[in-house]
Design a protein around this ligand. Sequence first.
Ligand code: ADP
Ligand code: MG
Length: 462
Amino acid sequence: MQTQVQKESIENAIEQAKLFGILKYLPDGELTHAPFSLSPYSISTSDLQEMIELTPYFSELMINVSQDWGFLDETLSPISKTDPFLKMLLDLREHEVSQSRQLLVQRNDFFLIKDDIGKGGHDSSSSGEDTSASALRQVEINTVSASFPFLITQLTRLHQHIFEQIIPNNPLKPVVDSFAKAIKDYGSTDAIMLLVSQPAESNRFDQLGLEQLLWDEYKIQTVRKTLTEIYENGSLSEGHLILAGKKVAITYYRAGYTPEDFSTSCAIKGRQLIEASSTIQVPDLAMQLAGMKKIQQVLTRPEILSNFVSEEISKRFRKTFVGMHSLDEIIETPEGEISASEWASINPEKYVLKPQREGGGNNYFGKDIPKKITEMKREEQDAYILMEKIKAKTHQAILVVNGKVEKHTSVSEIGRFGICFAENGVVQSNEDVGYLVRTKAKNVNEGGVCSGFACLNSLAKA
Ligand code: ADP
Ligand code: MG
C-alpha cells in the first residue's frame, strides 16, 4: 500500500509535470499530464557512451542513403505496387525541386538486452531488476517527426528535482538552434518556420515547446498548418513557399508520415506545393524514405551497408542489429532452410511483423503474425518485413498515467536525438543532442507515449 508520503510526492510530481508543460490531450479533448515514470532507468557508462558515439554515424548513414535515389527507388518501388501510401510518396519526387541544403533531426531507438557473452553482473530476478551486463539493440531510426524534444527535456528537469544521478538531457535547445541556423542559412530575414501538423494532435505541447523557444531565443515565428491548409493558404513566389504573407524558410514535418495525413487530394497537393518550393524540408523526401523499415531491413545485409559506411562503422552498427528479413527470404533455422514467413508463423513470439508505417500501432505481434501472413496476398508480402523480437532487460517501474499510479515490471526504450546538416549530401555538422526514454510494462508490445502505451522517463547513472 502506498504511504501518505508517497501519495503526496506523487501528487506533487503530477502538479509539477503540469507546471512544466508535460501535457497531452486525451481522445475526448481533455488535457492531462503526459504519462511519465517515477523510476529513472539505470544505464552503464559504456552503453551510454556507445549510443552517443553511434548517433552521428547513423545520421550520416541516413544522409548517404538519401543521396542514393537509385537504391531507394529499387528497394521501395516493388512495395509501391501494393502500398498506395508509398506510391504516393515516391511519386512526390516528380514535384520535387532539389535543395542543396539538408537538415536531419532524427531519433534512433534502442533497447538494452542481457549480454549473452556476459561481462559479469548478475540477474537478481527476485527483485525483478536485471543487473547483468547488457548490449544495445536497435529498434528503428526515425527520420521524420522525431518527437518529444520538449516533453523529455521538461521531464528530465522534473526528475532532477526528485532524484540524484539523473543524466543531464536537453535535446530541445539544439533542435531549436538547428531550426534557427537553417532559417538563417536560407537567407531571408523575416522568414518563418512552417510546422506541418495533423488535424487532431494529442502531442501538441511537444510542438508548442519548440515553437515557444524558437520565438523566445530567435524571434522567429512558426506557422502551424495541416497539409490541406497549406494547399488552401499557401502559394509559390519566385520559388519560395509563401504562407501568411511570409517566406517559409523551413518546413518541419510533424505529420505526413501516415496515410491518414494524405486522406484528401488537397492534402497531397499541399505536400506537392511544399516539394515544389525552395523551403528546407526537415526531413526532405529522400531522408523520409531512408527511414523506412524496408530500408532498415535491407541495411542489415553487410554487403549493402558497406555501400554507405566504412567497414569499421558497419561492424559497430551490426552489433546493434537484430535479424530482419523479407517474408519470402529463405533463412537457416533448426528445422532446416525455410522461408522467414513460415518460420515466423511457427514462432510468432520471436518476431515483429512491420509494414511501411510510422507513428505507432501498425505492427503485428504474437498470434496476429501468422493470422496476418495468411490473410495477405502474395504480392502484398513485399510491403512487410519481419524483425526478431528484442527481449529487453526488465526493471521495476512506478508509472503515472492520467493521474493514476501503477507499478509494473517494465522495459525501457532509449532514443538518441541526432542533428545533422549537409550540403549536397556532404555532412557539414553532425552531433548527438540528447535522449528520450520510454518505459512501458513488459507485456505491452507497442511503444507510443501519446497513444498511452509508454511513459516518459529519464536515464540515471548505473
Ligand atoms: P513505429 O514507427 O510505429 O514507431 P517501431 O518500429 O518503433 O514503429 O515499433 C513500435 C514499437 O513496437 C516500438 O516502440 C517498440 O516498443 C515495439 N517494437 C518494435 N520493434 C520491436 C522489436 N524488434 N522487438 C521488440 N519490440 C519492438
Ligand atoms: Mg518507433
